[in-house]
Design a protein around this ligand. Structure first.
Ligand code: FRU
Length: 319
């Protein structure tokens, strides 16, 4: 009798666990594949953290995250895998604009919703784009610099611009938004040719070290992101010039740019909101059959000594 009881118990447990697994996979109605360009920068880590946290809120979402290792060919093959796996939606933040366009268009035409995040591709054959408006941010940087250098029509000074990846849309837009403002100022000189820092702190250090050797007077460094602004600051510091130059960046995440502004390393940074959480919310809406806006523009904010301390406090980072 004892023996039969044990068999019965075993069978009940087995049935229950089979049912639970079936329930779990039924509950995971939507598989979302996300291709992230790299995970080596704090901005990308925050992006992934928010995206994962948002996905966790919905038991029906199963998320697959692939790291592109900063390599566009790896990202293309990750997207090809997603297509083969017949995922329900693809999210991507691509390294460059041109190369991933074909594979993403293929997914879109195969009726897999495609949401492009932060860096745009070459055409708009996708379901949605979500990101900060880099032209607006570039323009805000230009206006801020014109004020620092003496105001509209009177501004005077020399600027080094350190580009992010030139083949990506944020770098192009961050340049054009800024350039359209400063080109109207006869007293402002943009020094040297456009140098591609590929968003990297170490590359920006080298670009700045070269610029210091080449140009006797630099007033402002405009780097397309905070890590590069910090790299340029380090290069100036190493030759004792950091106090004579003002450094501006973009991203404005609390643990990085906001802290550097608060510490007086950067004069200002401009918020470039991470799009991960919004990406998940929008994907879900699309998967539930809702129609969504083609482009979602995330807000920006100037962060300088007037508000950096408050932002740090709001994020529990006051020291
Ligand atoms: C991170 C990053 C950010 C920048 C964004 C632009 O990889 O370089 O610093 O704002 O990408 O796409």
């Amino acid at each position: 009798m004892h023996y039969f009881k044990r068999i019965l118990l075993l069978m009940i447990t087995l049935c229950l666990s089979i049912n639970m697994t079936a329930y779990a996979s039924m509950a995971k109605k939507y598989v979302i594949g996300f291709s992230q360009v790299t995970t080596t920068e704090p901005w990308r880590l925050l992006f992934n953290k928010e995206l994962r946290a948002e996905a966790e809120k919905y038991p029906e979402i199963q998320l697959i995250v692939r790291d592109g290792n900063d390599n566009i060919n790896k990202q293309i093959s990750d997207v090809e895998d997603f297509i083969r796996m017949k995922v329900d939606a693809i999210l991507i933040s691509p390294k460059t604009a041109k190369e991933p366009t074909a594979v993403l268009n293929k997914a879109y035409h195969a009726k897999i919703p495609v949401i492009v995040l932060d860096r745009d591709i070459d055409n708009d054959q996708y379901s949605q784009f979500i990101g900060g408006d880099n032209k607006i941010i570039g323009k805000a940087v230009g206006e801020y610099i014109v004020n620092l250098l003496g105001g509209k029509g009177k501004a005077k000074g020399n600027i080094v611009e350190i580009w992010g990846g030139k083949r990506s849309s944020p770098a192009q837009d961050r340049h054009s938004g800024f350039y359209n403002v400063i080109k109207q100022e006869p007293g402002i000189r943009l020094l040297g040719e456009a140098k591609d820092g590929d968003w990297k702190q170490d590359k920006a250090y080298e670009i700045m070290a070269d610029a210091i050797e080449q140009f006797p007077k630099i007033d402002i460094v405009y780097a397309h992101n905070d890590p590069m602004a910090f790299g340029a600051y380090m290069a100036a510091k190493d030759v004792g010039l950091h106090k004579l130059i003002k450094f501006l960046g973009i991203d404005g995440i609390p643990v990085e740019g906001v802290r550097w502004v608060n510490d007086g390393i950067l004069t200002a940074t401009f918020l470039y909101k991470t799009p991960g959480d919004e990406g998940i919310r929008q994907a879900l809406r699309i998967l539930q059959g809702e129609s969504v806006q083609k482009r979602i523009s995330l807000p920006t904010l100037v962060i300088d000594k007037n508000n950096a301390g408050t932002i740090l406090k709001q994020n529990g980072l006051n020291r």
